[in-house]
Ligand binder design. Structure first.
Ligand code: GLC
Ligand code: CA
Length: 551
């Protein structure tokens, strides 16, 4: 069936941290295969697996050395075939992560390109001369810190890297380079994959006039205006679609940070959906490095309402709170303590009854809070290592100050091992894992939650079962309620045949129940509260969530 994804649930796996089956402290392909029944039971229809290609892992696989080869530590090519086969037998589709904006600097393509100005791949990457004064070609800052240009003495030129120096950007103006990528994509399709999550896909086109940007007292200019969501990216993606993804059964989800609704509508010509990040950027401090601010719930509603209503019947939304680049959602919008599970359930209700395809990041179904970091040695992410150099080595923050902020914001918070049981290393491995285990594993783990009827995990199962049974959720119109109410997030999903309402209290305390009378006689379809009726309710308890049928 085409458009299978419209009623599907997709689970995101960070392979390095999912399950280690050969006791080397690193998750592996066989670990994913072993847990397919767990995923099936959760209601998962597809898995998106973060990159497993051969890589020096400067950015945990988002620096591909060889697109055709899997990393040895993840397993063999045969292991992968078994995974695809076993997943398909259970009706679970495989969505690979595809990194087309950049490769590793250790990729032979780059090494050849870097060797001279005249080699056959000399234009496969983006090379420029420095300024006459010896500075880099532009003052753009790389997303992971420092200049976006690195000098290559062998070639006597600078190469562009939107992310780190270990991730040189590919030049989509080179036809040969594009053909090489398209061929690789077709090769993976022939191996049986069902879709791709396209990494950083909105960065493919650059401002080829290479102007400097405004710096406003900072050392480097914001790179986004020169590389993100530029008009020509659509031309490149149309070509990718025509030449490599022509098989309409292949699902495509593009990661598009900073994309607007207008961008999303354009991407809909080429991709099934995108990940936009507006709703998970509302608690980021615009001024303090690694700083957080509290989310304004009316702002969150305004944001998601815009995406829901403006994409309806024109494009398709992805629905997510977490991924491997985001802190855990209970730590951001819920509770880490007594109300942790209740808040986790409320957040799931709020997000997953909207229109779009639900994405769940491993461990989110347990309501895992952020892993905390108490020393630099406990952290792993390249972006975090750069933060120590730029902010602690220069005296801007003490190590403790930075660690406190990182424990709320950094990408390592959600990248630690999946919590399977309460044994040492949480059942992830029998040896010390590559990164620390979340300290909460004795209480928070799959084994405990499977055995307890009211656990977050069991709630997620009921939620997805219900979601799939409701026509209103798949195709209904989205209508935001009580827009100005600062504490609750409520909406209707309505088709010609029926209406359901979703009511969520985002506060850790009881609040006024707006429009309560409307719901007095409604049937409760799902709730994280114990009530069986909403009659005579004037308040909502802490983190209450209800899905009800009103007509
Ligand atoms: C995407 C990935 C992120 C990676 C970056 C560079 O944002 O999600 O993990 O570091 O692209 O590839
Ligand atoms: Ca392993």
């Amino acid at each position: 069936m085409s458009n299978w994804y419209k009623n599907a649930v997709i689970y995101q796996i960070y392979p390095q941290s999912f399950l280690d089956t050969n006791a080397d402290g690193i998750g592996d392909i066989n670990g994913i295969t072993q847990k397919l029944d767990y995923l099936k039971d959760l209601g998962v229809d597809g898995i998106w697996i973060c990159p497993m290609y051969d890589s020096p892992n400067r950015d945990n696989g988002y620096d591909v050395r060889n697109y055709y080869k899997l990393q040895e530590r993840y397993g063999s090519s045969d292991d992968f075939d078994v995974l695809v086969d076993q997943a398909h037998q259970r009706g679970i589709r495989i969505i690979m992560d595809l990194v087309l904006n950049h490769t590793s600097n250790e990729n032979p393509w780059f090494q050849e390109s870097a060797a001279s100005k005249t080699n056959a791949k000399s234009d496969w990457y983006i090379w420029r001369d420095g300024k006459p004064n010896g500075e880099p070609p532009t003052n753009w800052g790389a997303i992971f810190g420092g200049s976006a240009w690195t000098y290559c003495p062998e070639r006597g030129q600078y190469y562009l890297h939107t992310f780190s120096p270990y991730q040189p950007d590919l030049n989509w103006e080179s036809n040969e380079m594009k053909e090489a990528l398209f061929q690789m994509v077709r090769w993976w399709i022939d191996r049986g994959v069902d879709g791709f999550r396209l990494d950083a896909i909105n960065f493919l086109s650059k401002d080829l006039s290479f102007p400097d940007g405004p710096t406003e007292n900072r050392q480097y200019a914001d790179i986004y205006p020169f590389v993100a969501n530029r008009p020509k990216v659509h031309q490149y993606l149309a070509e990718l679609k025509r030449k490599a993804l022509y098989d309409g059964k292949i699902l495509t989800v593009g990661e598009a940070s900073s994309a607007t609704v207008a961008d999303a509508l354009s991407f809909a010509n080429e991709l099934d959906m995108i990940f936009q990040f507006e709703h998970v950027a509302l608690d980021i401090s615009p001024t303090v490095p690694w700083g957080a601010k509290s989310t304004d719930i009316t702002e969150l509603k305004r944001c998601l309402n815009k995406w829901q209503t403006q994409l309806h019947s024109r494009a398709w939304n992805s629905l997510f709170w977490e991924n491997h680049d985001q802190p855990r959602i209970v730590s951001r919008l819920g509770s880490e303590d007594a109300l942790r599970e209740k808040s986790a359930k409320m957040l799931a209700v709020c997000m997953y009854f909207m229109e779009g395809t639900p994405f769940v990041y491993q461990g989110q179904e347990l309501g895992i809070p952020n892993t905390k970091f108490y020393s630099k040695a406990e952290t792993r992410d390249i972006e975090v290592q750069n933060a120590f150099t730029q902010l602690v080595d220069t005296g801007y923050y003490t190590e403790e100050e930075l660690l406190e902020r990182l424990s709320r914001r950094c990408r390592d918070t959600g990248r630690t091992p999946m919590l399977w049981d309460n044994s040492e290393y949480a059942g992830f491995s029998t040896v010390q894992p590559w990164i620390k285990v979340n300290e909460r594993y004795p209480q928070i783990n799959v084994q405990e939650q499977e055995a307890r009827a009211d656990s977050c995990l069991n709630f997620y199962k009921s939620l997805f079962r219900l979601r799939k049974s409701l026509q209103e959720v798949c195709e209904g119109e989205f209508i935001l309620l009580d827009e100005q109410d600062p504490d609750t997030f409520s909406y209707l999903r309505r088709t010609g045949h029926g209406t359901i309402a979703v009511i969520c209290n985002f506060r850790p305390y009881a609040v006024q129940f707006p429009s309560a009378k409307l719901y007095a006689d409604a049937e409760i379809l799902l709730s994280n509260a114990e009530l069986t009726s909403l009659r005579n309710r004037n308040t909502l308890d802490a983190f209450d969530a209800y899905v009800i049928r009103i007509e």
